[in-house]
Design a protein around this ligand. Structure first.
Ligand SMILES: N[C@@H](CCC(=O)N[C@@H](CS)C(=O)NCC(=O)O)C(=O)O
Length: 228
């Protein structure tokens, strides 16, 4: 029985699955696909994943893309901790409610800000247009506000109640992305900050392991801006 995870720790859903498998003590073969080197565009990878993205799993020849579909499959195969994706129909529906919401209302805005401010200038060598960037920043802030107000409700420790689930892990991994572009959501959104810390601690040491590259990038940027 082998489970292969194709991933890059620069990718939010890859980090989520990586941490989830580690914390669940699920034995898997990590298959690193270097996005920054464009390895996902290789013919070899295209044969495995027609969408040429990460993450992806291959479980004894069963190949699956899309992190949320992968999560559900792993749960069905009893490969992840049941407490993180509870079997109880109503509790699971709450987790699913967040996962459905997060793709368009949350992830999209956090990733686009990261892309326009950080990634595109690296790829093209052209700095972002300030007016365009301002628009992305507005949408980022609005998504963070909705997340804080609507999902981190007063009195609830975690997104779906007082028990931590994959909803918290998916959200936390997404929140790390704008940090790489110099925007730390915890500085303006204090409830996000304290919830985020609890998530990091809960998944420690795998959370740190999953974010090791990202944290190196953030620290390097901080050192560079301190020199200026
Ligand atoms: N909806 C997909 C998103 C997958 C995705 O967008 N992956 C990104 C990294 S986070 C990727 O591989 N991007 C490479 C590209 O678009 O060239 C999921 O949740 O798995």
């Amino acid at each position: 029985m082998t489970l292969k995870l194709y991933y890059d720790l620069m990718s939010q859903p890859s980090r989520t699955l990586y941490i989830l498998l580690k914390v669940s003590k699920c034995d898997f073969e990590p298959k690193f696909v270097d996005l920054r080197k464009g390895e996902h565009y290789s013919n070899e990878y295209a044969k495995i994943n027609r969408f040429q993205k990460v993450p992806l799993i291959d479980h004894n020849g069963f190949v699956l893309s899309e992190s949320v579909a992968i999560l559900r499959y792993l749960s069905g195969e009893n490969l992840i901790l049941p407490s993180l994706y509870p079997k109880d129909n109503k509790i699971r529906a709450r987790v699913d409610e967040f996962l459905e919401w997060h793709h368009i209302e949350f992830r999209l805005h956090l990733s686009m800000y990261f892309r326009v401010k950080h990634m595109d200038p690296i790829i093209t060598g052209i700095p972002p247009n300030p007016k365009t960037l301002k628009g992305y920043e507005r949408r980022l802030i609005s998504a963070l506000e909705t997340f804080e107000v609507q999902w981190l409700k007063n009195g609830n420790e975690f997104i779906t109640g007082n028990t931590i689930t994959v909803a918290d892990l998916f959200a936390a991994s997404e929140l790390e992305q704008p940090r790489m572009a110099g925007y730390n959501p915890a500085e303006r959104f204090l409830r996000i900050g304290s919830w985020w810390q609890k998530v990091r601690e809960h998944f420690s040491p795998y959370y740190e392991e999953g974010h090791v590259i990202l944290n190196k990038i953030v620290n390097k940027q901080k050192q560079q801006s301190a020199k200026l």
